[in-house]
Ligand binder design. Sequence first.
Ligand code: SF4
Length: 357
Amino acid sequence: MSFIASRLIHWHHNHGRHHLPWKRNRDPYAIWLSEIMLQQTQVNTVIPYYTRFMQVFPAIASLAQAPLDDVLALWSGLGYYSRARNLHLAAQKIEQNHHGQFPATRTDIQQLPGIGRSTAAAIAVFAFGQREAILDGNVKRIFARFFGISGYPGEMKIQNHLWEKAEESLPIDHSNDAIETYTQALMDLGATVCTRHTPRCESCPLRSQCVAFQEQLTDQLPTAKPRKALPQKETVFLLLLQQQKLLLQKRATSGIWGALWCPPEIATGVDATDYCQHHLGIQVKQQPIELPALDHQFTHFKLRIHPRLLHVVSDSRITEPESIWINPADALEQGIPAPVRKLLKQNFLSDNQTTRI
Ligand code: SF4
């Protein structure tokens, strides 16, 4: 067995995380859900979302049959909503193409929407005991440090090198849950010991052969992404109020915040009053009130949102489809993106969720 595998399997017995709710069974659906939620999200944030999701959608069939709106509402606040849309779509594909049975090999799992090679491998390992290598962000960090591999891991050449190391390091014998224990140990080591900042090398079972530790390179490996200033974009949200209710519209399925509910959005140069009248069929009472701007960062750009508050005359009729007038407190129960949630809380809700404006 490789040095890494034997050390990690031994280490995991006493030092691994054994309490996580999705570790209690081999249900591929539960494992899949946890793996998707854990992408770009911390364990402590994920646990309540995971628990709620499993209560409402305990199996593939219930998720596949649910309206996308209900799925997005449960995901609301977790971010990266394409994960939820893909989860829903993949559940429908499993129902249609696999008779409701989760596919059992890494290559078949990888064909489902939103599942990359590493996630497919993790499901294949934990649900089906298959000998597959994972390589998520945490694991890339461990291998880059342990083997002393420099170069940005997002580059294809470096990534391929790391995959080779991941394959080479797998335990050869995968009886007695060795592959499951090894894979979980890698994840746990990345989350608790070989962390991005100030890794706890003094507690690490790999220390004696770790290149980064031996050569004092832990703060240089893995190589950081070459820096590029993110472009700044600006937009305007129209907070239209009518009898304490706010107008939300469902966005197109593709693009940012796809299929989520948001206030109407206009470009910064557009006249808000004019837009309401001519595009929404709404008469407003006075000029818009400018509320404090809100900044939000996406992976590829920064967005500054300028909220404009407008009071609507009561007998106006909305002409756009997929629009609702909703109490701001009730809107928090819908599938809304994090910055809209923040806007509502800041501008409409006190701590006991009564409308302020
Ligand atoms: S010795 Fe330090 S850098 Fe090397 S794998 Fe362990 S925690 Fe990471």
